[in-house]
Design a protein around this ligand. Structure first.
Ligand code: SF4
Length: 570
């Protein structure tokens, strides 16, 4: 088990400690949530020095288990006021794990903008005043020039420094593209600590400790083979997450026109199929790319313009669904450019898409007007009134403009799946410990499970509850969500995964390990939120989802309240 590094920004001091008993066996989301719930008072102001920002490697980071090194970032959220964990691909978690660190806990607030360099000798505090208000792309360039290529970078853009409610945390891939722990405004927490960047250099580090390497290798090989055998993985390999555009459109749940329609006439122009064709034709374009070493799916891409200039990597379904169809923008190049601007200033593309759509509903700009939308997003970096409005997200923008239909739960914009047709996902949006967060338990149609009807009004509570526990465990292991999907259909693979954890720790684990871990993480998070003051009445979707029929299906969100309220009966 790795150790914990504690960094006191107020005193510019750090030390490394053994993992206390109460945190043993945890990693990723499980560890960030355990630390917040024990060490942060529930009523703490999220952007005060008393909040803690935690970077954690998952339990299986930097091992041969495939797709298993996501970086978790946790804190009390300035956007939702709940406990929060957002995770990202990239190289940071692998490097932390190789340095023997399960987590870095950042406390206090530095007097001036500061960066950290973490390597096998410990921590160096570096003045970052010359990086003030520098965008993430500039930060990456300068830090690479200074520290070379054997590093991973975690950073914030100006939005984090300014405390915008949807500020994100950027994590570099091994080839230095930004991936993003986007949700919940954790970049604002990083900014409130005056922490601009963390550089992690694992030069001369050791392999992570594994008690039974032979068994580990055998089980992780079987797991990789099993994951690759699932038909869904072939689709992700070919089309990336943007494969979901046409799938969700066909199912009538692609967020369109501020969640008023479930199908978009321009869907094909922003689809994965179209993007792959473009990237095959354009210079430097790549329709397959991996965000971390050890990925066997490569769902990411490198999106270039006609001349071959790189715009963004990767362009994902959630951004396309919220910035594209939800704003009726059918120009994939504009969507990519908006994504780049968001990455540079350091804000969540999903909440930005939600904000633009409510601004369109208010008449501030026209539906489908991508060029004006792009200029509006560029205003975030100008820090003018309109930019600050969009940069504080969908709820803030909707309220400011007097819009009645604001698609959020606990302050966070919904993902690009309409909950009137995906009702299990709707239950997850309503009840997740993180606000409207699809990654906490997305119940999408599954050809391998034809018995499940995502638009039936009943039976969604148990589905959401199971998925929320499962993905809480997956987030704690550090596994990429896409690699974890085959395990839901092929239970034998769950046994392989559990056997890997068992071989790593050298302790026997029973077949309920994932479920027990997941439920215990949810319990910890729910308890924190209840202490903040959240009640069952907060676990509700906005009324318009219950009253307005989704076109063209005519569906409304009609899951009984008792089913929604039963999620935490465990
Ligand atoms: S499948 Fe996609 S998101 Fe997952 S690790 Fe690979 S590139 Fe990253």
């Amino acid at each position: 088990m790795g150790k914990i590094m504690r960094v006191n920004m107020s005193e510019l001091k750090a030390h490394i400690e053994e993992i206390p008993k109460e945190y043993q066996g945890l990693g990723g989301r499980g560890l960030t949530s355990a630390i917040i719930s024990r060490e942060v008072l529930p009523l703490t102001d999220p952007v005060s020095p008393e909040n803690k920002l935690i970077f954690s490697a998952g339990i299986l980071a930097a091992t041969t288990v495939p797709n298993n090194s996501r970086s978790s970032v946790g804190a009390k959220s300035p956007l939702t006021n709940t406990i929060k964990e957002a995770n990202s691909g990239g190289a940071a978690a692998q490097k932390l794990a190789k340095l023997g660190l399960q987590a870095v806990v950042v406390e206090g607030r530095a007097k001036e903008l500061t960066s950290l360099k973490i390597d096998r000798n410990g921590v160096t505090f570096i003045s970052a005043t010359s990086y003030k208000e520098l965008g993430n792309y500039g930060v990456i360039d300068r830090l690479r020039k200074e520290f070379g290529n054997n590093i991973a970078i975690i950073s914030i853009g100006p939005a984090g420094e300014w405390g915008l409610k949807i500020a994100s945390v950027m994590v570099t891939t091994p080839d230095f593209y930004p991936r993003v722990a986007a949700r919940g405004g954790l970049g604002a927490v990083m900014g409130s600590k005056n922490l601009k960047a963390v550089v992690i250099d694992d030069t001369n580090s050791d392999k992570v400790e594994i008690k039974d390497r032979a068994k580990f290798r055998e089980e992780s090989t079987a797991l990789s083979k099993g994951i690759l055998s699932h038909p869904l993985i072939g689709v992700f390999k070919e089309l990336g997450t943007a494969c979901l555009v046409m799938m969700m459109n066909a199912y009538g749940c692609l967020s369109t026109k501020n969640f008023s329609i479930g199908q978009f006439q321009g869907a094909e122009k922003i689809s994965g199929e179209h993007m792959v064709e473009l990237m095959k034709k354009r210079p430097n374009g790549q329709h397959v790319h991996r965000c971390m070493d050890g990925c066997i799916i490569n769902c990411s891409n490198i999106f270039t313009d006609k001349k071959g200039e790189i715009i963004v990597s990767g362009l994902e379904y959630e951004t396309i669904g919220l910035v594209g169809s939800n704003c009726m923008i059918d120009d994939i190049d504009i969507v990519a450019q908006i994504n780049r601007v968001c990455n540079d200033v350091g804000v969540d593309t999903m909440d930005v898409g939600g904000a633009i759509a409510v601004a369109m509903e208010a008449g501030l700009l026209s539906w489908g007007d991508g060029k004006t939308a792009l200029n509006l997003v560029k205003e975030i970096a100008k820090r003018n009134d309109r930019g600050l409005m969009i940069g504080n997200g969908c709820k803030f923008t909707g309220e400011k403009l007097g819009v009645k239909r604001i698609p959020h739960v606990k302050g966070q914009c919904l993902a690009a799946y309409d909950p009137r047709s995906l009702k299990g996902t709707g239950v997850t949006y309503a009840t997740s410990t993180m606000g409207a967060d699809h990654t906490c338990g997305n119940a999408i149609p599954n050809p391998a499970n034809p018995a499940y009807n995502p638009s039936a009004p009943t039976g969604q509570g148990p589905v959401s509850q199971f998925l929320q526990a499962y993905f809480a465990a997956i987030d704690s292991l550090g596994m990429c969500l896409f690699a974890s999907l085959p395990l839901l259909d092929i239970p034998e693979l769950q046994k392989n995964l559990i056997a890997c954890v068992s071989a790593k720790f050298g302790t026997p684990l029973d077949e309920n390990y994932l479920t027990n871990l997941g439920f215990s993480v949810l319990k910890t998070e729910r308890k924190f939120n209840e202490a903040v003051g959240f009640k069952k009445e907060d676990d509700r979707l906005p009324r318009f989802f219950l009253e307005e029929k989704l076109l063209p299906s005519g569906n409304v969100f009609d899951v009984p309240v008792e089913e929604i309220d039963s999620i935490y009966n465990f």
